[in-house]
Ligand binder design. Structure first.
Ligand SMILES: [Zn+2]
Length: 150
């Protein structure tokens, strides 16, 4: 019998969606994408940024700011419970790693040099680890459309 039929490699389970090799390297091996290379470092559209692995909503576009680093940067997560912060002494630096609290994927690092008026944090996140939900402007902003009740 021919047993050479390809079998799916054993991946990390149902949480791991269809990830590219680059996403696997960064999200599950703690890699970092080159600056100015990702999809979202210069994105200004409104919407949520989700974990690329499990889809959890991690950052809102309202927290995004231009850090000049070439990585998407946020002042805070959409909800503090969405991320896990882990002390990371690798690469000869003492840093704080940011992981998705839902699936454990590596997302990036958080630093203390963010905008002071917005809390002073800079969540420096790999574009590769995020999926951006582009949302249309919220309906209902136009008060005239809600005025007609009949
Ligand atoms: Zn996740």
């Amino acid at each position: 019998m021919d047993t050479a039929a390809p079998q799916q490699p054993d991946v990390r389970g149902a949480d791991e969606r269809e990830l590219t090799p680059e996403q696997r390297r960064i999200m599950w091996e703690g890699g970092t994408e080159p600056p100015f290379s990702g999809a979202y470092w210069d994105t200004h559209a409104p919407g949520m940024y989700r974990c690329a692995s499990c889809g959890a909503e991690i950052f809102s576009s309202t927290a995004k700011f231009d850090s000049g680093t070439g990585w998407p940067s946020f002042t805070e997560p959409a909800n503090r419970a969405r991320v896990t912060l882990v002390s990371d002494a690798g690469h000869g630096m003492q840093r704080t790693e940011v992981r998705c609290a839902a699936c454990g994927a590596h997302l990036g690092h958080v630093f203390d040099d963010g905008p002071e008026e917005r809390g002073g944090k800079r969540y420096c996140i790999n574009s590769t680890c995020l999926l951006h939900d582009r949302q249309p402007p919220a309906a209902g902003d136009d008060q005239d459309t809600a005025a007609r009740a009949d």
